[in-house]
Design a protein around this ligand. Structure first.
Ligand SMILES: Cc1ncc(COP(=O)(O)O)c(C=O)c1O
Length: 378
């Protein structure tokens, strides 16, 4: 099926009692059993929920994977991935990932004896060079948050196959509309559904998608055992949102292209980073592995004072953490989303105090451009 057809229909179930076309919200913690040892396959809400299953099936189809496993947040899903390794194992990971991923892994999981090599995965040779005898996993985020650095997914999959490693891609920034890591041979896709997948800034959620049966069994076991599940209502909301994912993504992409072009040509920032700009050093890779450039634009205003001018004076862009919603957001990654990453670490990959991240929404783009012009007094 085409993407939009899957987005609207895959995984969905109509109500068996009334035929209601919308998947019912099974807001229940438990299920009545017919007699001892005889039930309908549903015993307890942490273990099985029909609304959650519908969402899992829906996003799995969009990611071209067999299994979806939903979590209460992107980070709960990120944490669940650690059940695939054990003390003494080594993981190679992109050096510029979401700050919360860094906090979880480097500042917490190392206490349990898991070792990480934070490498610049934009050059696949760095991944190859980092492989050790105890390496079990390669974790990449592409494009990265917020520097929009890309990793060649095809090369990552090749390295993982050669060395018998599990390849993971955080696909939050692209959404399955623009990029399907499993199609390149990556084993596991991770999402914060909080972002583009839900797209309405009213749910926190996470999802893991895989076609690997062993990974699926392990992650599903952990979903039930550690219990980081999303509520049925949150699942229902995300399921409602994915129906419009294609039209939203097209508009995010169109608006961000025009917005990045304005920033670039106007010279208001020292540097504009957007995979859709020809000046992006990985523009060709972006065209090869992504079907669009999405709604995230990063600009370097050179200093905190200049960054503050735009951050504090915009009116339509809302100063807030998060991204991927229909409303445009603006954020200062160094002090907000990436505050957990030490200054010397973040500055190594260019995340300085002058960096501003724009999540370009689907409002009229002329208004968004005007908003920034007025904020800067131009
Ligand atoms: C790329 C990326 N991955 C994971 C996460 C974590 O997701 P959540 O906030 O849903 O826990 C975020 C959050 O901003 C993110 O941007």
């Amino acid at each position: 099926m085409g993407f939009s057809t899957d987005a609207i229909h895959a995984g969905q179930i109509s109500d068996p009692v009334t035929g209601a076309v919308i998947t019912p919200l099974y807001q229940t913690s438990t299920y009545q059993q017919e007699e001892l040892g005889k039930h309908k396959g549903y015993e307890y809400g942490r273990t099985q929920n029909r609304t959650r299953e519908a969402l899992e099936g829906n996003i799995a189809a969009l990611e071209k994977g067999k299994h979806g496993i939903a979590f209460a947040s992107g980070l709960a899903a990120t944490h669940a991935l650690m059940s695939l390794v054990q003390s003494g194992d080594h993981i190679i990971i992109s050096n510029n990932v979401y700050g919360g991923t860094y906090r979880l892994y480097e500042l917490n999981m190392t206490k349990f004896g898991v070792e990480y090599s934070w490498v610049d995965t934009s050059d696949a040779k760095n991944i190859e060079n980092a492989v050790k005898e105890n390496t079990k996993m390669v974790f990449v985020e592409t494009p990265t948050n917020p520097m929009l650095v890309m990793t060649d997914l095809h090369r990552v999959a090749e390295i993982c196959k050669k060395n018998n490693l599990i390849g993971i891609c955080d696909n939050t920034f692209m959404s399955p509309y623009f990029q399907n890591p499993l199609s390149f041979g990556i084993d596991v896709v991770l999402h914060s559904t909080t972002k583009f997948l839900n797209g309405h800034s009213d749910v926190i959620g996470g999802m893991i998608v895989t076609s690997n049966e062993t990974v699926n069994e392990r992650i599903r076991y952990i979903q039930n055992t550690a219990g980081g599940i999303p509520s049925p209502f949150d699942c229902w909301l995300v399921l409602r949102a994915t129906k419009t994912l294609a039209v939203r993504m097209k508009q995010h992409d169109e608006n961000a292209r025009a917005f990045a072009d304005f920033l670039d040509k106007s010279g208001v920032a020292d540097k504009v980073v957007y995979p859709g700009l020809k000046s992006h050093p990985q523009h060709e890779l972006a065209k090869k592995q992504m079907r669009g450039f999405v709604g995230m634009v990063t600009a370097d205003f050179g200093s905190l004072d200049r960054a503050k001018k735009v951050l504090n004076n915009v009116k339509i862009f809302l100063l807030a953490e998060s991204l991927g919603g229909v409303e445009s957001l603006i954020c200062h990654p160094a002090s907000m989303t990436h505050a957990a990453v030490p200054k010397e670490e973040r500055e190594k990959f260019g995340l300085t105090d002058g960096i501003v991240r724009f999540s370009v929404g689907i409002e009229d783009v002329e208004d968004l451009i005007d908003d920034v012009k007025k904020a800067l007094g131009i």
